[in-house]
Every structure is written in C-alpha cells, then in structure tokens.
Design a protein around this ligand. Structure first.
Ligand code: SAH
Length: 389
C-alpha cells in the first residue's frame, strides 16, 4: 500500500482536517495526481504534507484521512486499527451475539463497517478506497476472528455515488440462509443477505434495554421492523402491538414473537402515519409508545419535510399516551441534530397540550462510537419522554 499519488487541497480543506474532521470535499481539492481508490499523500496549499487518505474521484467526499503528518498509511496501520476496534468491543462485554465491530470513521477506519452475527461477519466498504482494501480487510478478519463466513453487503446506495457496483457477495466461508442471534434473552432469526442494513438494527440494543425500564401495561411499537423494541419490552407489558408498513417485516415480527414465546405480541401491517390518526379517532390509549422511523432526512434539502414528519408522529403519539405514560422517540437522520429534534419534540408537546419531561436523552449503542468533531458519526438520537399529564 505505497502512497501512490498526491492530492493538493485548499486552505479551507486543510483547516477542516486540522479541526479534526477526516473528510475533505471535492470543492476543496485543488490538484490531483492520483487514481480513484488510491491511498494518497494529502498536501496543503503551502506544500506541507497533511497526511495520508483514501481518495475518491467520484464522490463529493474526495478525501477521507487515515493518518496525519508522516505516519504511514499501510497494511500494518489497517491491522492495528482493526485490532483496536475489536479490543474495544471485547472490553464492552456486551450481552449479545450480534453487534458492530467496526463503525467506520468512529473507529478511524473511514467507510468500513463490520458487524458480527454469531460466527458470521457482514462487511460494507462504502468508498472507492475501502473497496480496494476489502480483500486485505477480509484476510485480516479471518486471521483475527476465524469466522464461519464473511458476507459483503455492498448494496447501499452510497456506493453508486462512489461509482461502485451494488453487490452482495460471500467473501469467505459459508453464510447460511438464516442466522440465529441473541440480544440479552431475546432471540432473532436474521436474513443477512436481504435484511435491512446488515440484517438487524444493532444500534438500538441499548435503547431497547433502557426503554424496558419504563415498560408496562399497553405498548405500541411503531416502525417495528422485526420487532426489536416490542420483543424486548413484551415481558413487562400486558398487551403489545407492533406496526410496520412492510409485509416481510410483519412476518418476521410474528416469527420472532413465536420463537421467544410471546403470544401477546400482535403485529400488523400498516402505515404509521395513518394508523396513529385512526387510533386517535378510536380513542385508543397506551402506557408506552415507541417511535423508531427510518431516516426522514436523507439529505439537507429534505430536512424541513423531515421535521414536519417527526412533529406529526410525536404529536399524535403524545395524544395516545395515558398520563404518566412514556414515549420512546428516535431519529436516525444525521441531518437532524439533537437540538433540532429536541425543538420538534417541544413543538409536539405544545401542540398536543401535554406537559412532558425528558427522562433520558440517549444515542446509538456504544459499539457505534461517535468521533468527537465528526457530527456525521452521531446519527441516532433517542429521547425517553414522560407525559406528566
Ligand atoms: N425499531 C426497529 C427498527 C426500525 S427501522 C428495531 O428496533 O429494530 C424502520 C422501519 O420502519 C422499517 O422496518 C420500515 O419498513 C418501516 N417503515 C417505514 N416507513 C413506514 C411507515 N410509514 N409506516 C410504518 N412503517 C414504516
């Protein structure tokens, strides 16, 4: 992995890197003597070497810094960073057989995701540079973890922005059609090839545990996917309703409810926006409601619409709560900051004429580390609110 080429960046780009952010955008690239996907030497406007980086000739994110100054960006560095990421997960002693081993920039391994599902690994290489390094990463993961199989879920849309194909390939060993994993005492069947993300929403594990502390009576789990929150909270609740718009998801929720012996967990296929309105008209009441929608703001332009969507579902959910009831409400749009989300929740409380307290302010699980100075790594916000009256 020699530093094949060089990229010269502007003063603004250099400032950004010196401020701790690993990305330099295309607009701050002044001169390129390198091919897409290479590890390049990054040079500032006054000819100073800033460090080494992954270079992309297609994405708006042209540079993803790997090292600063003269520190070499070679296979030894890659292996050290992988080992560091794995050692951190081990130190967390998570009570689960599925969790994130590598969280890209949050582990100083830009655009690389590695998730563990039992003895299988799922990887994603989300830039040209990381795509080139994937064979080396695969070899290192085999050496470090001896997995039964490694699957590349290289089908996210961001790969298109990099000029890379969307593919799903077995890179090593065997990947069974269905993998069984456990989070605490809850067991899931996971389809690693076709499930959303890499199969499960691993980032919510700790928020599910937190929500369980307040669970009682009647629960409504909105945007349930394969039942994550509903399954975890069901043992504390008398009645559980889980809603998802996808028929596949609802089939999985039912399957997981049976697997875990939770016959009082009922799943149905519906659009949450319509369903909340219908439940409100019908005068339904719940002691705890969970809102875990998909990212409404996929980019900056969609933020105003996203905020309107978040406000609507939170407003209606607050109305459905009994006094003393809890709302577990999430946003996984990194374009919507914690402050913006908090402001939406304030508006929803005002408009629903409810007095609401913040019981907990939470984020993605610790296996998805947030890198200070890189807001993009802090994407999942989770507030646990209590409707006082
Ligand atoms: N709460 C889940 C993860 C939710 S992911 C967990 O803990 O694992 C978001 C889910 O919302 C997806 O399953 C998607 O199918 C569903 N979804 C998206 N739009 C929806 C809508 N308008 N109504 C209902 N479900 C929706």
């Amino acid at each position: 992995m020699p530093n094949a080429g060089t990229v010269v960046i502007s003063a603004r780009g250099e400032q950004r890197v010196r401020g701790g952010h690993p990305w330099v955008y295309r607009a701050d690239v002044v001169d390129v003597d390198a091919a897409g996907g290479e590890i390049v030497r990054v040079i500032g406007p006054r000819q100073r070497t800033i460090g080494s980086a992954l270079f992309s000739d297609q994405s708006q994110i042209a540079i993803r810094m790997l090292t600063h100054g003269d520190q070499p960006a070679d296979l030894a560095l890659l292996r050290r960073r992988l080992e560091g990421a794995l050692a951190f997960r081990e130190s967390l002693a998570l009570d689960a057989t599925a969790y994130r081993l590598v969280h890209a920039e949050g582990d100083l391994l830009p655009s690389l995701v590695v998730d563990r599902y039992g003895d299988c690994l799922v990887v994603q290489a989300l830039s040209q540079g990381m795509d080139r390094l994937l064979p080396a990463v695969t070899e290192m993961l085999v050496a470090l973890l001896s997995p039964a199989g490694i699957l590349a879920r290289n089908d996210p849309k961001v790969r298109v922005l990099e000029g890379l194909p969307q593919t799903v390939d077995v890179l090593y060993g065997d990947i069974p059609e269905a993998v069984e994993v456990r989070e605490g005492t809850i067991e899931y069947g996971v389809d690693l090839r076709r499930g959303q993300k890499t199969g499960l929403f691993l980032d919510q594990r700790e928020n599910r545990d937190a929500a369980a502390r307040y669970a009682r009576g009647r629960l409504l789990d909105c945007f349930s996917y394969n039942g994550g929150f509903a399954l975890r909270l069901a043992r504390h609740c008398a009645e559980v309703e889980a809603i998802d718009v996808s028929a596949d998801a609802v089939a999985r929720i039912r399957d997981n409810a049976a697997r875990n012996g939770l016959p009082h967990l009922k799943a149905r296929e519906a659009n949450v926006f319509d369903e909340l309105r219908r439940l409100e008209r019908a005068g339904a009441r719940y002691d705890i409601v969970v809102l875990d929608p998909p990212a409404f703001a996929k980019n900056k332009a969609s933020v105003p619409n996203a905020l309107a969507g978040y406000k609507e579902i939170n407003l209606r959910a607050l109305r459905l709560l009994t006094p003393g009831g809890y709302l577990v409400t999430c946003s996984c749009s990194y374009n919507v900051s914690e402050e913006m989300f908090g402001a939406v929740l304030h508006e929803a409380a005002v408009d629903s004429r409810t007095a609401v307290t913040v019981v907990e302010k939470r984020m993605q699980g610790r296996d998805h580390p947030v890198l200070v100075g890189v807001p993009e790594t802090y994407y999942l916000k989770c507030f646990i609110l209590r409707k006082v009256e």
